[in-house]
Write a protein that binds this ligand. Structure first.
Ligand SMILES: [Mn+2]
Length: 423
């Protein structure tokens, strides 16, 4: 029987230059230690290993060291591949690791991303719209992976790829996208839902979603390992256990293996409606004092979400929390999310403001570019140009703008998402 560890969203490099910068590494090391205890035969990584497109050498080196420590003496060979060139033998040496890249590692067409680079160096097998079947002591395991693509193209790319399970094998399908049932943003609704997943696989895995979960989908299990550390604002990210899954082929059993997070995670909601700034600050202080009574080895990460409708004349900026942060700086890492409604603000405006807070700088930039390009009616597709801008390739971006990038062929590629497949 083959045992497979499924890990996701390590976000190595998250919090660089801040108090939490060691956290992703501590969490990754704890997870890999437990992987060794679990006596698995292979590892599957579901994207966002690194937090940025261009990880720093310190981050590369720590992850490569972790991978190179993962060894076992079993004989593994690649029995079949689809949608990619042959897998170099050194890429499955030691404990085989099969990985997709996530949204955080994605780079423009024709550029090498960090996960591809790790394959070139013999550390793992990178997958994007491709399938690889391993033969582990006579047992066959197929892994079918679609790396992260812009949400707009996810359905088109999946359709065009059309993965099929290998016969007589245990088959894992893996992706890294928004899924309607889990992440729903009305400003850019997800293209994919669980019902769009292809049938016939034993195990479905998604990265990208940062809280672990398991449910039944299409005669198989659907699992989300979740992130090893919280990087977003969602309550679930704080309150669900951190760790990874182990799947067993013969029984098709999956089990969640919990790790101790690098620090205690606390999420508190405080209703600030109808209170004045002093009252709000007092209730935050009382909450923190109570939490700190527990005593912690490492500073806990306390996220406080303020909700409710502020009294007239008040706006979120009036609630100055810098003194509270200063007071507790040796005891806790405190972040406050002000999800407050100002009087008189309603409907679409309110929703828009809330959503903007959830977006990354990149997403906001992309939105601005799209709005401008759509506004001029040229039909130029913004994604390739945005990728160029992010990478600092101004000449290439200008060339695309000048040439129009609106030829029918390009339009078609954009529609089907082929643009993202063409490595
Ligand atoms: Mn992620």
């Amino acid at each position: 029987m083959v045992r497979i560890a499924i890990i996701s969203d390590l976000h190595l490099g998250f919090g660089r230059g801040m108090e939490r910068e060691e956290d992703p590494f501590v969490a990754a090391e704890r997870a890999f230690e437990k992987v060794e205890d679990e006596d698995v035969d292979m590892i599957v990584l579901a994207g966002d290993i690194f937090d940025s497109r261009l990880p720093r050498p310190e981050h590369w080196s720590r992850f490569m060291r972790l991978l190179s420590e993962m060894k076992n003496g079993r004989s593994v060979e690649i029995s079949r591949t689809k949608g990619r060139e042959e897998v170099p033998e050194e890429s499955i040496r030691g404990l085989p690791v099969l990985a997709i890249h996530g949204t955080h590692e994605r780079r423009a067409n024709g550029m090498k991303n960090s996960i591809e680079a790790l394959e070139d160096a013999g550390f793992l097998v990178h997958m994007h719209c491709s399938s690889v079947e391993l033969n582990i002591d006579g047992e066959k395991v197929g892994v079918h992976g679609m790396s992260g693509v812009p949400e707009k193209y996810s359905k088109g790319v999946l359709k065009k790829w059309g993965p099929e399970p290998f016969e007589d094998a245990y088959n894992i399908f893996m992706l890294h996208q928004d899924l309607e049932q889990y992440i729903y943003n009305p400003a850019s609704p997800p293209e994919l839902g669980l019902e769009d997943l292809p049938g016939g696989f034993d195990l479905y895995v998604s990265g990208h979603i940062h809280w672990k979960n398991k449910e039944a989908v299409k005669d198989g299990h659907f699992i989300i390992p979740g992130s090893l550390i919280p990087t977003q604002q969602r309550r679930k990210e704080f309150e669900t256990p951190k760790g990874f899954y182990v799947a067993e082929t013969e029984t098709n059993k999956v089990q969640f293996i919990e790790i101790d997070p690098p620090r205690k995670l606390v999420y508190e909601k405080i209703d600030a409606g109808g209170s004045n700034p002093k009252e709000i600050k007092d209730s935050i202080t009382a909450k923190i004092e109570k939490l700190l009574q527990g005593g912690f080895e490492n500073k806990p990460l306390i996220r406080i979400k303020l909700t409710g409708e502020l009294d007239s004349g008040l706006n979120p900026g009036d609630i100055d929390l810098s003194k509270i942060r200063e007071k507790y700086k040796n005891d806790a890492i405190i972040t406050v999310l002000k999800d407050l409604d100002e009087e008189g603000m309603e409907g679409a405006e309110k929703i828009k403001t809330h959503e903007d807070r959830m977006l990354s700088v990149e997403e906001i930039g992309m939105r601005i570019l799209r709005k401008n390009l759509e506004g001029n009616g040229s039909g130029i597709s913004p994604e390739p140009i945005f990728e160029d801008l992010v990478e600092g390739n101004l000449n290439s971006a200008l060339k695309k703008l000048k040439e129009g990038h609106n030829k029918d062929e390009e339009k078609e590629k954009t529609k089907t998402g082929e643009w993202w497949k063409g490595y």
